[in-house]
Design a protein around this ligand. Structure first.
Ligand code: PRT
Ligand code: ZN
Length: 210
């Protein structure tokens, strides 16, 4: 491998911290909002700026060698990638929540109910494990308004502070997974020299923060 390619989020919650981490690793690169690809001048690395949802597949398919993405996205896309390093930012939980006055109090109460989410695969796996039959309503954003509109009885969504749930008259009642940003790579390529060099640098940045 002559030049490593890393995929990071183009804009959104993980972009700034991903760029900061790479800069703290001593890597020099231009970070224009308009560019989709940037070359590092002092390390054989190219940075691809992508939608977070596409990052696991780009890594699995070898378009990028490594990537930084939320664990929630990795699990939802159901790709086979190697977890190289947990990065300690972008922390959140995927929770089940209902309107504050709902009669749904436990996971068992979801039997036969409708649940709105942008994470249908993670939810389906969870419900199967719990032996619950529920109607999964896939929506791509603003999941929190679904119960108020009569689309669903419950929601399954990302929560960090809980402020958005509260503002929409919802309360969480069950945590399904915790998530944070992860450095991923292709299985079997973990020992590649350039990847190991970058992991070493990332680990010393993370250690300096503790
Ligand atoms: O454009 P692109 O597809 O790349 O980005 P995106 O809009 O899909 O994702 P983005 O940038 O919103 O989030 C990127 C990643 O950040 C997610 O996949 C998570 O891994 C992580 N993350 C951490 C979060 C949150 N915290 C978070 N709070 N992602 C979303 N949220 C949402 C949450 O769903 C709620 O609607 O932010 C809102 C505020 O949350 P509260 O609980 O603090 O009110
Ligand atoms: Zn996305």
């Amino acid at each position: 491998m002559k030049t490593l390619k890393i995929a990071i989020q183009k804009s959104g919650r993980l972009n700034e911290k991903s760029v900061e981490l790479l800069k703290n690793c001593g890597l020099s690169f231009e970070n224009y909002k308009s560019s989709l690809i940037s070359s590092v001048s002092n390390f054989p690395l190219e940075i691809l700026f992508l939608r977070d949802d596409d990052i696991p597949e780009y890594v699995q398919d070898g378009i990028a060698d490594i990537g930084i993405v939320g664990e929630n996205v990795i699990q939802e896309t159901q790709v086979e990638v190697a977890y190289l390093q947990r990065l300690g930012f972008g922390k959140c939980k995927l929770k089940l929540a209902v309107p504050v006055d709902s009669s749904i109090k436990t996971v068992k109460d979801l039997e036969g109910k409708a649940i709105a989410t942008s994470y249908p695969n993670i939810l389906k796996n969870f419900l199967t494990k719990e032996s619950i039959n529920a109607d999964i309503k896939m929506i791509s954003g603003s999941v929190e308004i679904a119960p108020g509109l009569g689309l669903s009885d419950a929601i399954f969504d990302i929560v960090s502070t809980g402020g958005t749930l509260k503002n929409n008259g919802l309360k969480p009642f069950h945590d399904v997974i915790s998530s944070e940003a992860i450095l991923i790579g292709r299985k079997g390529e973990e020992d590649e020299e350039l990847i190991q060099e970058l992991i070493q640098r990332i680990q010393s940045v993370l250690r300096a923060k503790d």
